[in-house]
Design a protein around this ligand. Structure first.
Ligand SMILES: Nc1ncnc2c1ncn2[C@@H]1O[C@H](COP(=O)(O)OP(=O)(O)OP(=O)(O)O)[C@@H](O)[C@H]1O
Ligand SMILES: [Mg+2]
Length: 252
């Protein structure tokens, strides 16, 4: 269970996230919606540790993560979709994913200079990385450098790196932004498949209401940094506060 308690950040006089308390259970996909500037990305940054909260706490399975840097939160099980800047542009797609898999397999290369062990580790990493690339439909690109991929494929590679970390919590911030009509369904399908694993907690910031309607088990609405609605998708979408505060101001 991921929880935020009274999570708050102030930038000067502006409270971008204002005492947001919310719990996210495994096996649930929660869509976080709200108008531009509502605080959605900032809320993610506070959960993942990219920003330090002014007040409040973040806890995972009862463990307080407040004050931990992003890397420690990742190790604890929080997975934030990588930004393009996390890719190694001159390594191949397969090498990028293999590094991410390796990062999760503790100590594989600390067992000493046993060449057989190093070789079998390498093979196991490659097999796992290849399986992930199959899942994100990037296997055909395995030997291309990350830098040479079209934008949509780079976004898929970000998701592949996230999957390699095997987090408990997946956070996606507008995962299909900038993707074309052929690329977006692949990512949405990946999220759909992740959802079937009932042990995973998924948080999705998404502006497209048709996507939200289809994927979300629950919708949380942020407005001016505050949590203003939380509940079943149909109910939340129909609520007056969402009709006014969000849908009136939503991106097309
Ligand atoms: N590092 C920062 N310094 C100062 N203000 C910030 C910072 N990060 C975000 N803000 C402000 O906090 C508010 C919330 O921004 P945020 O990016 O979280 O909104 P959002 O809901 O993700 O919007 P969008 O839908 O456009 O992505 C905005 O007013 C923004 O200008
Ligand atoms: Mg945002």
């Amino acid at each position: 269970m991921l929880e935020t308690r009274e999570l708050t950040i102030r930038f000067g006089g502006h409270v971008a996230v204002d005492a947001v308390s919310c719990a996210f259970a495994p096996g649930t996909l929660t869509a976080i919606v709200g108008p531009n500037g509502a605080g959605k990305t900032t809320y993610f940054n506070l959960i993942s540790g990219q920003l330090a909260a002014t007040a409040g706490a973040v806890a995972l399975n009862g463990r307080d993560l407040s004050g931990l840097p992003p890397s420690a939160r990742t190790r604890a099980g929080l997975g934030r979709a990588f930004q393009l800047t996390n890719l190694f542009p001159h390594l191949t797609v397969l090498e990028n994913v293999r590094l991410a898999v390796q990062a999760t397999r503790d100590g594989a290369h600390r067992r000493g200079l046993n060449l057989w062990s190093i070789w079998s580790d390498h093979r196991a990493l490659t097999v796992r990385a290849g399986a992930i690339l199959d899942e994100v439909a990037l296997a055909a690109r395995a030997d291309d450098t990350a830098a040479s991929l079209p934008h949509g494929d780079q976004r898929k590679l970000e998701v592949a790196l996230l999957m390699a970390l095997e987090p408990q919590v997946f956070m996606f911030d507008e995962p299909t932004a900038g993707m074309n009509a052929a690329e977006a369904p692949v990512i949405l399908d990946l999220i759909r498949r992740l959802k079937r694993d009932r042990s995973k907690t998924i948080l999705l910031v998404e502006h497209k209401m048709d996507v939200v309607r289809e994927l979300a088990d629950r919708i949380v609405v942020l407005h001016n940094g505050r949590l203003v609605a939380d509940g079943e998708p149909a109910e939340v979408i129909a609520s007056p506060i969402v009709q006014q505060a969000y849908l009136g101001a939503a991106k097309a």
